[in-house]
Design a protein. Structure first.
Lengths: 247, 306
């Protein structure tokens, strides 16, 4: 279980400082598929980075399986079982898709084993396994490799920051299947997805709505989803980015 | 003849665990240690004792020549001239390389000058590795010179690697390409400590449809210095591309000087040069996979230089 206790995160620019996450408290139960949604600039991605350890909160505590991990590094959190999928996947010259998946799995995988993860994200493995994770891969391909690295972690908590961003409409159908499948098998433990996509919201056990650095709403899908669609301000945001993701 | 240190150096520079197959000439501490010739490949010592001539008969296919040099005595300085005469229609791999182990206080230096005369339609793969070891104060210095003359329709692929332990190196490679000839250069370089490495390339595209692609990837750490100075000259209808991509770390300095000279309206020449530190995102991504910051850095460098 992941628990955030009064988490705040501030960035300072010269004389000015801006609070992006404001005194946020949140409990994420084990084995759940949770979607965080809300308008752009509301603090969702920042929150995901705070969970992964990329940003250190200005104040507040984070507990993972009862242990205080607030001061733990990205590496330590990864080893404890928190995986994080980037919204903008990183490119590496010379590192192949297979290298990256092996690093993610923490062991040398056979070609067949690495292919399994790629197949799961809809990539024809033999075409990709030896490709470099560099600019020769398209945005959508990179994104799927990114998701495959998170799958290969086999973590207790997997955090995905807008997995749909940069994925074309055709691939999007597959992406939904990836997440539906993940949810069904749930071998990944808890899954936390930041998304604007109604179809992803639709497979959530729980939805958390964040706006202006605060939790506006949290509850079961049945409870929260209808209010999102009926709220005009929220609906316009959701529809606007329905297929393209956050820019 | 070959002691343990020399054997280790041979493994580093030529991947040799035992006596290689095919033709070879192993030079250790300034002396000929072992040699083998084949029906198609002859190796002859120069009369004045300054090096060897390697003669490869026309039509020689799928054979290899190893000519590693190892230095394990401190204070040894040598200049060696090796000439390769390659006939027409060959397909041969040539592995050169120099390993220096210097535990003493005097500088050890090996300057190997290699000249290649590649016949028509021949394919040559040339691999050259440099390696230095030993914790003495004496410097390990390598100044290789390579001159390549490619006849019509020939192809030469050069792989130049220097990853570790060489204190000072100045490499100069010049090439002249006839019609339809192609030169591919892949350079990988890593410097650390107070090392200095200079790479100079001069490629002259003299014949129609001559083509070259020079790609250098390097990592400069600590206080080391690197200079990449490459020039492609297009004298006719031809195409050339060069790329210098460097990662800078610590207090290192890197100077990239790419030059293109077109002397003909149909010469198509391109250069790309980039120097930058390791992107923070790359480190963070690998840390989210459970690597420490140092491990992440190592993986990124290993991949980059692979």
């Amino acid at each position: 279980m992941l628990e955030l206790e009064n988490i705040s995160f501030e960035v300072s620019e010269e004389d000015d400082s801006k609070e992006i996450v404001k005194d946020m408290s949140l409990k994420l139960e084990d084995g759940k598929f949770i979607v965080i949604t809300g308008p752009n600039g509301g603090g969702k991605s920042t929150l995901a980075k705070v969970i992964a350890g990329i940003h250190k909160p200005t104040s507040g505590k984070i507990y993972f399986e009862g242990e205080d991990i607030t001061q733990k590094s990205v590496t330590e959190r990864a080893k404890l079982g928190i995986a994080y999928g980037f919204q903008q996947p990183v490119r590496f010259k010379g590192i192949t898709v297979r290298d990256l998946i092996c690093l993610a799995a923490g062991k040398k995988l056979s070609v067949a084993e690495s292919c399994e993860y790629l197949a799961e994200v809809g990539l024809c493995a033999k075409d990709y396994i030896d490709r470099e994770v560099n600019a020769s891969l398209s945005g959508g391909e990179l994104k799927r490799v990114e998701i495959a690295t998170v799958l290969a972690r086999g973590s207790k908590l997997s955090v995905f920051d807008e997995p749909e961003a940069g994925i074309d409409l055709w691939s999007f159908q597959n992406l939904i299947k990836v997440f539906e499948n993940m949810r069904k098998t749930n071998r990944q433990g808890s899954i936390l997805v930041i998304s604007h996509q109604e179809r992803i919201l639709n497979i959530a056990d729980e939805i958390v709505v964040i706006a202006d650095g605060k939790i506006v709403k949290q509850g079961g899908k049945e409870e929260v989803l209808p209010t999102l669609v009926s709220t005009e301000a929220m609906a316009s945001k959701c529809n606007k980015y329905n297929m393209g993701g956050e820019s | 003849m070959i002691d343990q240190i020399q054997q280790r150096l041979l493994e580093e520079v030529a991947g040799l665990h035992e006596v290689p197959e095919g033709a070879y000439n192993i030079r250790a501490n300034g002396q000929l240690a072992q040699r083998n010739t084949t029906a198609n490949i002859d190796i002859i010592s120069k009369e004045n004792g300054t090096g060897i001539d390697v003669r490869i008969k026309s039509g020689t296919k799928n054979e290899s020549v190893h000519i590693p040099v190892v230095l394990s005595a401190s204070g040894l300085k040598e200049v060696v001239y090796n000439d390769f005469y390659i006939g027409d229609d060959c397909d041969v791999t040539i592995v050169a390389g120099c390993g220096i182990d210097n535990c003493g206080v005097q500088d050890s230096e090996h300057d190997g000058i290699h000249r290649f005369f590649v016949g028509k339609n021949s394919k040559i793969k040339y691999v050259e590795k440099h390696y230095g070891s030993g914790d003495g104060q004496g410097k390990r210095i390598l100044n290789p010179g390579t001159e390549v003359t490619l006849d019509e329709g020939s192809l030469m692929e050069m792989e130049m690697v220097q990853i570790k332990g060489v204190d000072s190196t100045e490499r100069k490679t010049t090439a002249d390409l006839a019609a339809g000839a192609k030169l591919l250069v892949r350079e990988r370089l890593m410097t650390h400590g107070n090392q200095s490495a200079v790479s100079i390339y001069e490629v002259n595209l003299n014949g129609e449809k001559a083509n070259t692609d020079v790609i250098s990837r390097s990592v400069a750490k600590d206080n080391s210095f690197q200079k990449f100075d490459a020039k492609i000259t297009g004298n006719t209808m031809c195409s050339g591309h060069m790329e210098c991509d460097a990662i800078i770390m610590g207090d290192a300095k890197i100077l990239a000087v790419p030059q293109l000279e077109a002397n003909h309206i149909d010469a198509a020449l391109i250069h790309e040069a980039a120097i930058g530190k390791i992107a923070g995102d790359q480190i963070v991504k690998l840390m989210t996979l459970g690597l420490t910051e140092a491990e992440a850095e190592e993986q990124i460098i290993n991949g980059f230089l692979k």
